[in-house]
Ligand binder design. Structure first.
Ligand code: COA
Length: 180
């Protein structure tokens, strides 16, 4: 899965009219990622991490920045405002050792939710997974997370209940879909 991260950069406009650049995260984005986390409500944090936390610890943030670029993909949606870049959302794909399957997670800052950022990140993330030859991608959503479940359903994921984690598993078979 050798790849040049820069080839994955795109500029796009979301359904809600936000002009965003979607690109792989870099080590020097850590302060911007921290600023994104400052926008998150306890509900968003719970939906993303399945734990009731007020704010992620420095250790958690550091862990999120530990990325094996040869295996995983972490994309950020950024917006430039008054000359400064800010992160609106993050898509993370952690590949299994066979590199055919992987688990994704998605996170959009509270001020930008419902404006199509999550949909664009997911779309681009799945197209990269397909280009890399992955066969399927899955993610987990809590039953209260109607937005994530609606988004997954619209994008063609199969949704099944996982009683072990008390959450829905969303799976998409990339070999059956056309994405470029
Ligand atoms: C879930 C999340 C990633 C979705 O991203 P988003 O940018 O808010 O969602 P979008 O604006 O792209 O909307 C995606 C779809 O969800 C649906 N949707 C949006 N808001 C909704 C709501 N309040 N209720 C139900 N469906 C909703 C829309 O149908 C939309 O589809 P469309 O683009 O075809 O119109 C984002 O809300 C988030 O980060 N939530 C907190 C963390 C989380 O839940 N992560 C998921 C765990 S993997």
């Amino acid at each position: 899965m050798k790849s040049n991260p820069d080839q994955y950069e795109i500029s796009t406009i979301t359904k809600g009219g936000l002009e965003v650049v979607i690109r792989p995260i870099r080590a020097d984005d850590a302060p911007l990622l921290e600023a994104l986390f400052d926008t998150l409500s306890p509900k968003s944090l719970y939906f993303r991490f399945f734990m009731r936390i007020k704010k992620p610890s420095k250790e958690m943030l550091a862990k999120l920045m530990e990325i094996d670029h040869g295996r995983d993909a972490v994309l950020i949606a950024t917006e430039r405002k008054e000359g400064r870049e800010q992160i609106l959302g993050v898509f993370r794909l952690m590949c299994y050792p066979d590199r055919k399957q992987g688990e994704f997670s998605l996170l959009v800052g509270d001020p930008w939710q419902g404006k199509g950022v999550g949909a664009k990140l997911l779309e681009h993330g799945l197209s990269i997974a397909k280009k890399r030859g992955m066969e399927s991608v899955f993610g987990m959503a809590l039953p209260e997370n109607k937005t994530m479940l609606a988004l997954a359903r619209k994008r063609g994921f199969a949704i099944t209940w996982d009683s072990d984690v008390c959450a829905y598993e969303m799976t998409i078979n990339l070999t059956r879909i056309n994405r470029n």
